[in-house]
Design a protein around this ligand. Structure first.
Ligand code: F6P
Length: 276
């Protein structure tokens, strides 16, 4: 696992380099979800695929940008990754990230053994989770260890996604009730910075509900939802789907399955659970 972590640290610096040099040009091509791809999306994807497949311990990879997984003959771990999550924010120069879910046997939440994300913001930072959290920040020369994020029982941030006119009435009401009790909206539209902010500020709630235009939600189980669910649980929070089920217990029937999802401090999650 340490070998994978060391590789992600190298990738973080290389992808930050790509972002510094890249323009925000869209290509003609689109990814597995039909989103138009940025040149830098494709470059980051290729870089990650190459570096991960070079590792002996990796037996396969699957990217959010591609329809199928790539397998090797040997190795122990499967990695599902989103090379540049929130890449539509690159043109407006907001933070973006890369997310990694590290699985054994097959791509299922119950087989997730570790996860990580990299955030490219004013600083490059990485959070790696394997039984415990390691949070590091790059100072231009070396990686500096930072205190482990801890989620308090309750926070102040309310981040919620999707097109509001497609929310159902229960979602509208619970979101309004959070605002009425003093929560503040913090939402950039990038899952990595939006969830990272909740972790660093010590609490709050992020929700991406089912909507009438996306009844199964938007965020992808293997590349986005399971990796963050594992991190939120390790930091003392919770991560649930519809009917209050733990996200990590949800089955995955297709590599690109999506699910409605709720990540946050225990008190906010229990409100969502009671609302379902
Ligand atoms: O999956 C891509 C993504 O950009 C996430 O990073 C983010 O949380 C979400 O989509 C934002 O979606 P919306 O604009 O519908 O709220």
């Amino acid at each position: 696992m340490q070998e994978i972590f060391e590789t992600l640290k190298i990738l973080a610096q290389e992808i930050q380099g790509l972002l510094w040099r890249a323009n925000a040009n869209y290509l003609e091509s689109s990814n597995s979800n039909g989103d138009q791809q940025l040149e830098v999306d494709v470059m980051a994807d290729k870089l990650i695929e190459k570096k991960l497949l070079e590792l002996k311990c990796i037996k396969g990879v699957c990217s959010e940008e591609k329809q199928e997984a790539i397998y090797k003959q040997e190795g122990d771990y499967l990695i599902a990754y989103d090379p540049l999550d929130g890449s539509s924010l690159v043109d407006s120069n907001l933070s973006v990230g890369s997310i990694f879910g590290i699985y054994t046997q097959d791509f299922q939440g119950k087989n997730l053994k570790a996860s990580a994300y990299i955030i490219y913001g004013p600083r490059v930072e990485i959070v790696f989770a394997h039984q415990e959290i390691q949070y590091l920040s790059f100072n231009g020369k070396e990686w500096i260890k930072k205190p482990t994020p801890i989620l308090q029982n309750k926070g102040k941030i309310n981040a919620t996604g999707g097109t509001q006119r497609y929310w159902d009435i229960r979602h509208k009401k619970i979101i309004e009730s959070f605002f009425a009790s003093g929560y503040r909206l913090r939402y950039s539209g990038g899952m990595v910075p939006d969830l990272h902010q909740i972790l660093i500020k010590g609490g709050g709630i992020f929700s991406y509900p089912a909507t009438t235009d996306a009844p199964k939600g938007k965020l992808r189980k293997l590349f986005e939802v399971f990796p963050f669910a594992y991190i939120f649980e390790l930091c003392g929070g919770e991560a649930i789907g519809e009917n209050g089920i733990r996200l990590l217990e949800l089955p995955c029937s297709n590599l690109h399955d999506t699910t409605p999802c709720y990540f946050g401090s225990k008190e906010e999650i229990s409100k969502f659970r009671n609302n379902q």
